[in-house]
Design a binder for this molecule. Structure first.
Ligand code: MSP
Length: 509
């Protein structure tokens, strides 16, 4: 039985266009999914759109459209972006898909029958932009939402509540006491800000607007958008549906590694309410929730409401999908907030993709072509000991980091190897070896470079998906299937005559 990996992104609100912040989460998920594919896992990668709620209803009204008309075009634009960014998702869920709506109704009924949901009245301040009832800590001195910086609504209506208060102990001593939420410091944030002060029952239906999934028992109520949204992670797999084979495989099986990604402002929903919903349904918990920071633009969160967004499509058109994937993977580690500006982007592109990687591949290709007519016969080659060991070490460090979802650290391992190769060229001065006609040493140098560039290229495969084939061709392995096993043990690798030199990652000025 192959190992299994299920990875999810949050489902995005189609209340505006997606920006770099959204592309961030999805790209991280894509890199990890592709890495697990390379490791022989059977994978399922879910993304989608969160289409109900007051905010969407308002946006559609403003545009003079029905919600469905409004959504069609937005969802198309999501898919266009994911295609341009080479996102290899397995399934795209829309919360307006009928299978999802029907399953949410069934889930609501189950929770009601099990006694986890009861009727009552709610009064409190609601942020439409975050689709969230706020507590005092989340409101600033001007009575605005601290996260979205928008005005709040006073909501006073009958509602159904989920008995989250029953799960105080479960949250403190199970969910947030183990390795589920990473990085670890986020656990303390959740415990101290939301769980320990006391878990209040969560309002899970609304009556003051209608763009949502009506509940069967009392159709003037629609399901709260977060109940509707969180459950997408299991409805998409077929939970409570005729064909639930994916659910059995990717959720119920305790051996499946389930990774969910979410930005810091929605960790609360994913690390408290979602585990409680799952527990109430008697279902297993995800293996990990990876909470990440925000991408800042001029030190504030990039967001539609602040108007400081960078359009990922524009970046892709200017620099290519790989350049953006690389920046996201390397320069924006998940543990903290990161900055995105054109200057930083170009600086990073030139330093790492153009100078380190691109240049290394191209100069090595040039030398092998010039000195050996494009083919190095490795029969009696002696590989450089130090660089060969570094290559092998790089693979194991990379695997360890990727297994811990530390993409940025894993990329740093590759770049270090690239720097070592570039330094090796300067030290060995192959052009002098050629002048001296020391062809046996020249061959050792070229073979050592070819070997380590092969390793680097394979490790970059989940990130540089557009350029991978070109890179592999330039190093002499066109159409050759590499694997971790092959690059570690260095067997079965048969080079062909090098492909033509192409400039990949041309310096930007
Ligand atoms: N619809 C909800 C999620 C429901 S999941 C069951 C939602 N949607 S969202 O479109 O507002 O945001 C989705 C994700 O994008 C969040 O993880 C959020 O953190 C991420 N980002 C939005 N702006 C961001 C940045 N500027 N930086 C990094 N990620 C940010 O919330």
């Amino acid at each position: 039985m192959p190992k299994k990996f299920y990875v999810t992104t949050p489902i995005y609100y189609p209340s505006g266009n997606l920006h770099i912040g959204h592309a961030y989460t999805t790209t991280l998920a894509d890199i990890l999914k592709r890495y697990k594919d390379m490791q022989g896992f059977e994978t399922f990668f879910l993304t989608g759109s969160d289409e109900h709620g007051q905010k969407i209803e308002q946006k559609a009204n403003e545009a003079g459209l029905s919600p469905m008309e409004y959504l069609e075009e937005k969802v198309e634009s999501f898919k266009t972006l994911w295609k341009a960014l080479k996102i290899d998702y397995t399934k795209f869920i829309r919360t307006t898909d009928s299978y999802h709506e029907e399953t949410v109704q069934k889930i609501f009924t189950m929770l009601l029958e099990k006694g986890f949901i009861y009727e009552g009245n709610y009064e409190g301040l609601y942020c439409v932009s975050c689709e969230e009832f706020l507590n005092a800590d989340q409101i600033d001195e001007n009575n605005m939402c601290k996260i979205s910086n928008t005005k709040l609504e006073l909501v006073k209506e009958e509602t159904y509540f989920l008995k989250t208060s029953l799960f105080q102990d479960f949250m403190e001593n199970e969910v947030l006491a183990n390795e589920f939420l990473i990085p670890a410091y986020r656990r303390n944030e959740m415990l101290n800000s939301f769980v320990k002060p006391e878990l209040k029952d969560l309002s899970v239906t609304r009556t003051s607007f209608s763009w949502g999934i009506p509940i069967k028992e009392n159709p003037k109520h629609v399901a709260y958008v977060w109940l509707d949204a969180l459950t997408n992670y299991i409805t998409a797999l077929g939970y409570l549906q005729n064909d639930d084979s994916n659910f059995k495989k990717f959720w119920e099986d305790e051996n499946t590694e389930i990774l969910q990604l979410a930005g810091k402002e929605i960790i609360r929903f994913h690390s408290i309410y979602w585990p409680i919903i799952l527990k109430s349904l008697d279902l297993r918990q995800p293996t990990h929730l990876l909470g990440h920071g925000w991408i800042l633009s001029k030190d504030t969160k990039m967001s539609k409401s602040l108007g400081n967004v960078i359009d990922p499509i524009e970046m892709i058109n200017n620099y290519g999908a790989d350049a953006l994937r690389f920046y996201i993977g390397y320069e924006l580690p998940t543990e903290k907030d990161g900055n995105f500006t054109d200057e930083l982007f170009i600086e990073s592109f030139n330093a790492h993709l153009a100078n380190n990687i691109g240049n290394l591949i191209s100069r090595t290709n040039q030398m092998i072509t010039k000195y050996f007519d494009g083919f190095v016969d490795t029969t009696d080659v002696q590989y450089d000991k130090e660089l060969t060991e570094k290559g092998i070490q790089t693979v194991s460090q990379y695997i360890k980091n990727m297994d811990e979802y530390k993409i940025s650290d894993a990329i740093r391992n590759i770049l270090d190897l690239g720097n070592a190769c570039n330094k090796y060229i300067e030290e060995k001065t192959p052009w002098n070896l050629a002048k001296e006609e020391n062809f046996s040493e020249l061959k050792n140098v070229m073979a050592t470079l070819q070997r380590n560039i092969t390793i680097m290229t394979y490790l970059l495969k989940p990130i540089l998906v557009e350029n991978y084939e070109d890179m592999i061709e330039q190093i002499g392995l066109k159409d050759f299937e590499l694997s971790f096993e092959k690059i570690i043990n260095w067997n079965e690798i048969v080079f062909k005559k090098l492909g033509d030199k192409k400039i990949i990652f041309k310096r930007v000025n």
